[in-house]
Design a protein around this ligand. Structure first.
Ligand SMILES: Cc1cc2nc3c(=O)[nH]c(=O)nc-3n(C[C@H](O)[C@H](O)[C@H](O)COP(=O)(O)OP(=O)(O)OC[C@H]3O[C@@H](n4cnc5c(N)ncnc54)[C@H](O)[C@@H]3O)c2cc1C
Length: 321
């Protein structure tokens, strides 16, 4: 069976959720081999095996950890030349998409980004891509070279399948050209108590209906009552009521939690593009005609400043039981 390369996203051995999603997609195309850059592969191996990785190519080189994206694209190009894989899958993150583009140039291949699904087809992998904020869905294949596909986090449901995850060391030296931008220092991002937005099981998002940065605090309170991550519409982040890193939508993060709560969000197509694959959607909006109600499982027509505190109170009561 053809080999499919999957570039792992990890934080010092902790395998990110998107990596196991990519492994699930890769299994539909062939035998997944993970490409692991930097240290921590031994710690991550069990999780990779749980999701069907057959091999884990480990390139633990200062040429990768000491520089930004270019060396990773060179490493993948080296492996594409050596292994002739059926496809290369990377996470559709800002870094993943840059690597995909660079790899496509280096290998003379076609690249598909923002894929929300990947399936095998008679002419190679078929990527599903939403366009115009999800209004149109297209299915694309690559006609030249090795298909390189950047898959959006949270769009493929990760399913376990046993794999051997055999570790194989890869020697790699980056070219001088790829060493143009060096990492000079690292500072860990402050991690709050809340789960990471893109990986959270529950997301509570607030929109312009919260009225102000102060009004937005009720969203945080509900998120904390549910143990959820906080999200926001672009209207909120553009107004400076909440940081841009928490924006959900076409130009923000894509989330696909078990439960998505949208309070005071109208449901513009660009917002939906980032959350419409959530398993259960609950919206609170005072306008019964708000477009968000077209895609919800549960809708509450009402003032969020009245509904949300009641919800928090009820959640508190349930917790005491
Ligand atoms: C190229 C492009 C990219 C974009 N990318 C994104 C993106 O990534 N993410 C994104 O979110 N948007 C994005 N947008 C913007 C998008 O089009 C909308 O403008 C935005 O999503 C609106 O945010 P909102 O729903 O919070 O505000 P509004 O559309 O103003 O809706 C506010 C809602 O709150 C309700 N409301 C008001 N007061 C209350 C209350 N007290 N209680 C309950 N409900 C109340 C109103 O009925 C209304 O439905 C993009 C736009 C463009 C053009």
């Amino acid at each position: 069976m053809a080999e499919v390369l999957v570039l792992a996203e990890h934080a010092d051995g902790e395998v990110k959720k998107v990596t196991v999603e990519l492994l699930t997609a890769a299994r539909r195309l062939g035998e997944p081999s993970v490409v692991w850059t930097g240290g921590g592969a031994e710690a991550g191996k069990a999780r990779l095996a749980e999701f069907g990785a057959v091999k884990v190519y480990v390139a633990d080189s200062e040429d990768l950890s000491g520089y930004v994206v270019a060396p990773k694209a060179e490493l993948l190009a080296q492996l594409v030349a050596e292994k002739s894989p059926a496809a290369v899958l990377v996470a559709g993150t800002a870094e993943g998409k840059e690597i995909a583009g660079r790899l496509a140039v280096k290998t003379g291949s076609g690249v598909l980004t923002d894929a929300t699904d990947v399936q095998g087809g008679p002419d190679g992998p078929v990527a599903e891509q939403p366009n115009f904020g999800g209004a149109i869905t297209v299915h694309s294949t690559v006609k030249q070279g090795t298909p390189i596909i950047a898959v959006r986090p949270n769009s493929v449901t990760a399913e376990p399948a046993a794999g051997s995850a055999e570790v194989e060391a890869v020697s790699f030296a980056a070219s001088d050209a790829a060493k143009g931008a060096k990492v000079t220092s690292r500072e860990a991002a402050e991690k709050g108590e809340r789960p990471e937005l893109a990986e959270a099981e529950i997301v509570v998002s607030g929109g312009r209906g919260t009225g102000s940065a102060d009004g937005f605090k009720v969203i945080e309170e509900l998120a904390d009552a549910l143990g959820a991550a906080v999200g926001a519409s672009r209207a909120v982040t553009d107004a400076g009521w909440y940081p841009h890193a928490f924006q959900v939508g076409q130009t923000g993060k894509t989330v696909s939690p078990q439960l998505y709560v949208a309070a005071g969000i109208s449901g513009a197509i660009q917002h939906r593009a980032g959350m419409q694959t959530s398993k259960t959607i609950l919206a609170i909006n005072k306008d019964p005609e708000a477009p968000i109600f077209e895609i919800v499982d549960y809708g509450v027509v009402g003032d969020l400043f009245k509904v949300v505190p009641q919800l928090i109170e009820e959640i508190g009561k349930k917790k005491q039981l």
